[in-house]
Design a protein. Sequence first.
Length: 242
Amino acid sequence: MDRYAHDVLQYGQTSITNLLLKNYRKIGMSNEELLLYILIKRNRTLIVPMPEIGGLTALTGYSKQQLFEIFHQMIQKKLAKITQVHVDNQQVDAYDFDSLYEKLSLVEQVDSTDTSEEKEPIPSTEPQVSDQQRQEMFESIEKEFGRTLSPLEMESISQWIDLDHYSPKMVELALKEAVLSQVYNLKYMDRILRNWEKRHLKTAQQIEEYNRNRTRNNSETEEPYKGPKIPFIDITNPNKDK
């Protein structure tokens, strides 16, 4: 019993408001998302440093990709956002759950003003790209970059799709240009996508036509050689013209 009491004190307790347990479905939160939130919250409040993903896979039995997808869904539903905090004098990525409690407060306000009928859950935004397509994008970029993407990078790529409404094909073409230029980072890809957006290029066909025209124009504007005439010398018979 002494050992058990020691473990209880050592591991501490996780405090979760019953308001969230009562209404988590109403704000569009799934059972899996609630479980992950409880597991990573512990004694923290609204901002939680990103957990070590290997530990979560052992606790939940989910794969790393499943965990990344669950976290992404929470961000897509505006239940969380990615921020940065200082831990032990180092800047690290973290999840900010302030928006989760903002949604929770709105649900409670509605419930307190009208209890005449059962409320519908707040609808969440459905992804425009399937999880399989999203995963294929991650894998393609990881393959070309030669490394694993961080959760923050995965979220940046997802924002291209969910917020900027770039198609997976556009992201693929931007990746192709980055690889041809031997620049292996998302900032360069983002500049390519922004440039296409400024030129109102919204489809893969428009982008490919633009690239063909740019290549053709570059070849046509090449300046011909205007230097002095260079005599031809037959190196096999140097005395031929003498």
